[in-house]
Design a protein around this ligand. Structure first.
Ligand code: SF4
Length: 302
């Protein structure tokens, strides 16, 4: 895929990237950037569930070698971790960043310079972790980064609770979407992440993402260029409803790149739920993977 061109370059050349940033900024003034729809004015404070204003807050940024192999390649995925989150998972593995707010506020230009630095270090992509509440800031920074020479694809690495309206505004910005699909059951989503409608919203978001970028495309060097990767963290005692998640994905595209993850460990407030107080057993994980393969999923990564 030698002739690959990141899709945001096309938006920039058409003069549409700044308009996209402005449209996203408008959504933050009575905030409906994500399905929480807090309705707060983020130019005046940080009163929404994500506790975010307009400037990005970054906890860390560096080449990352622990992501999915097609993102990592030889030189790593250029990961930028945003502070805060629009989810409220009681078992969050990054709770110090997502809930305790560890991080530093930076300017949009700073964010652009981080992208350029990661590209300069050879990273195959810029991987925004928890981008949902920072969608405006990302595109605003991109307007600055493109004239600096940014050209690697962008990854939208999200918990999956995303607004279809916002995703439609983002069309053409991200070449790679990497959503979690955390739960199949709304009651469990409410109990564990504080969101009643997670399964329906996440499924609508994933469907929109797929329509924008399709199945994952990997070049001759094994590096992802474009497409959808879905992550699913197996939880103990079937709290994630893995079979329901797999059934939806398999009914949609059996070629979906699906990473079934086993690294759950009790963190943060997990002990408040009896069923979350242990790791996943080997048998639980094997059953999840076997079920996905049995459903005909052809790109199950474990
Ligand atoms: S992005 Fe933040 S402030 Fe805006 S709707 Fe979502 S949680 Fe609320």
């Amino acid at each position: 895929m030698m002739d690959f061109k990141a899709s945001y370059l096309g938006l920039y050349e058409q003069g549409l990237l700044k308009k996209t940033a402005d449209d996203l900024r408008n959504k933050t003034l009575h905030c409906s950037l994500c399905p929480r729809e807090c309705g707060v004015d983020r130019s005046q404070g940080k009163d929404g569930i994500c506790e975010s204003g307009l400037l990005p807050v970054v906890s860390s940024w560096s080449p990352h070698f622990g992501e999915e192999r097609p993102l990592v390649g030889r030189k790593g995925s250029g990961t930028i971790f945003f502070t805060h989150c629009n989810l409220s998972c009681i078992f969050c593995q990054n709770y110090d960043i997502s809930h305790l707010g560890y991080g530093r506020e930076v300017t949009h230009r700073d964010l652009a310079l981080m992208m350029m630095s990661l590209q300069g270090r050879g990273c195959h992509n810029i991987n925004f972790v928890s981008p949902t509440h920072m969608a405006y800031a990302i595109v605003e920074a991109l307007v600055t980064a493109v004239p600096m020479g940014l050209k690697v694809p962008l990854v939208y690495n999200t918990g999956g609770y995303d607004s279809v309206d916002t995703l439609k505004l983002l069309k053409g910005v991200f070449d790679i979407y990497m959503p979690d699909f955390k739960y199949a059951d709304a009651d469990k989503a409410f109990k564990l992440s504080g969101i009643k409608n997670y399964p329906d919203v996440a499924w609508s978001a994933i469907t929109e993402m797929y329509q924008q970028v399709g199945d994952l495309e990997i070049d001759a060097a094994g590096v992802a260029r474009k497409g959808l990767l879905v992550r699913h963290l197996v939880l103990p005692n079937n709290l994630a409803g893995t079979r329901g998640v797999v059934d939806l994905l398999a009914g949609f595209s059996k070629s979906t790149y699906l990473n079934i993850m086993d690294q759950y460990r009790p963190e943060y407030r997990a002990r408040e739920c009896m069923d979350l107080r242990r790791r996943v057993t080997l048998q639980e994980f094997d059953e999840a993977c076997s079920y996905a393969k049995g459903a005909g999923m052809t790109r199950v990564c474990m």
